[in-house]
Design a protein around this ligand. Structure first.
Ligand code: SF4
Ligand code: SF4
Length: 400
């Protein structure tokens, strides 16, 4: 695609109005974690919006239509693409935006547009489609190792059930204590659940979606939806916020209609089981726990109270909060596949999370996302401040 082709065409009318509504007030700047660690104004939300408006001006105004579009400097396009891919898509800017720009939706659209123009994805993100094609996961790891190394003994899995559990690629390959905890807790609830065989539980599509590589998505989504439907599933449970977000918000669009089952985050199921007395936490834990809300769980799908309900039901535990929590949560640096390319940024953001947990004298930092788990653990390596990191279901499984 040439730089002269319409830039407005990738946006809906509402999104164009949102873009136009940015007053450059800078209110969102204080909440952008990438801006915090890089200090680079080109990655800031208003600057990205300003530049994209310039692109639209060059290709879509009356002048452009009458006299032909202006040529956009290739360097400017490349710098913009870099800024768009450096963002973690955490959505904190949109949460604080007084004119209500839905940035957690806007940035992925602009990434897709950059990909269409040959300006993205960046670095190893480009390997995602081939890896998914060859192995079913973005890491290019063998499908037969998807469940075997971590799935706990003694937990029954059915071929067909009303409830199914989707482990997800990052959990299964990069955050195994987390998915082991999921399976143990689901087993303890006592309602037998189904899982797809490892070669059928392919990527949910989120890494492809978020890096603007959409070609395979329709096929991937239909394959998964049909596989769960064929097993009589009416509730699909998952612990990864990115997967849950992808399934709940994007799958219906790629599937072409409503899904034939409900999507639930594991904390919702567990909170319900605790309330119903199907699950009991027996061991006390006299610790100060601080819970980090994953961006795609809190801002993405609005699951905020249930993880806290689960943690509050641990006898003896004290629940602390980050200054920015719930819908205002600060990204730990692992989001939007930016960590694959901008490693130092991700480590910097992870360390800001660690700093606050240590400052608040937490005994444990409780996470609920495999990408956070992977990256914040990495940020802890060799860092002078230390706090124990545990996934919420990993912790619960220890206390049942
Ligand atoms: S989505 Fe997050 S990282 Fe991206 S610009 Fe907004 S606040 Fe910054
Ligand atoms: S808060 Fe909203 S209107 Fe203000 S600069 Fe940021 S994106 Fe623009």
């Amino acid at each position: 695609m040439k730089a002269k082709e319409s830039f407005a065409g990738c946006l809906s009318r509402l999104e164009l109005m949102e873009l136009d509504a940015c007053t450059q007030c800078g209110e969102c700047l204080k909440y952008c974690p990438v801006q915090d660690v890089t200090g680079d104004p080109s990655v800031s939300p208003p600057e990205k919006i300003r530049i994209f408006r310039e692109f639209i001006k060059a290709t879509d105004t009356l002048k452009a239509r009458l006299f032909g579009p202006d040529e956009i400097d290739r360097r400017l396009l490349e710098d913009f693409a870099r800024a768009i891919f450096e963002c973690t898509t955490c959505g904190a800017c949109g949460e604080k935006c007084p004119v209500g720009i839905y940035t957690q939706r806007l940035w992925p659209i602009l990434r897709r547009e950059m990909v269409k123009r040959g300006l993205g994805p960046l670095g190893s993100q480009a390997e995602f489609p081939r890896n998914v094609e060859d192995t079913g996961n973005v890491y290019g790891k063998p499908a037969e190792e998807r469940f075997k190394p971590w799935f706990p003994e003694g937990v029954e899995v059915l071929e067909r059930s009303g409830i199914a559990y989707y482990a997800g690629c990052t959990g299964a390959y990069e955050a195994q204590p987390m998915v082991r905890g999921d399976a143990r807790v689901l087993g303890a609830i006592g309602e037998p659940f189904a899982m797809l065989p490892p070669e059928e539980e392919v990527c949910c599509g989120f890494p492809l979606f978020i890096t603007g590589q959409h070609d395979m998505l329709e096929g991937l989504v239909k394959r998964l939806v049909d596989a769960y439907s064929a097993r009589g599933v009416n509730t699909l449970v998952c612990s990864c916020p990115c997967c849950v977000n992808m399934m709940a918000r994007e799958w219906p669009l790629f599937y072409g209609g409503s899904l034939p089952f409900r999507i639930r985050h594991i904390s919702q199921l567990v909170a319900e089981a605790l309330r119903a007395g199907k699950l009991r936490i027996t061991k006390p834990l006299r610790e100060r726990l601080i819970y980090h809300d994953p961006c795609y769980l809190s801002r993405g799908v609005g699951v905020i109270e249930e993880p806290r309900e689960v943690l509050r039901s641990i006898p003896g535990a004290t629940l602390l909060e980050f200054d920015l929590h719930g819908r205002e949560s600060r990204c730990c640096g692992a989001g939007g596949a930016a960590r694959k390319v901008f490693h130092e940024n991700a480590i910097g953001m992870g360390r800001l999370t660690i700093d606050e947990a240590v400052r608040k004298k937490a005994d444990r930092l409780i996470l609920s996302c495999p990408a956070c788990y992977e990256k914040v653990n990495e940020a802890m390596e060799g860092y002078e401040k230390q706090v124990r990191i545990t996934d919420i279901m990993e912790l619960l499984a220890e206390l049942l």
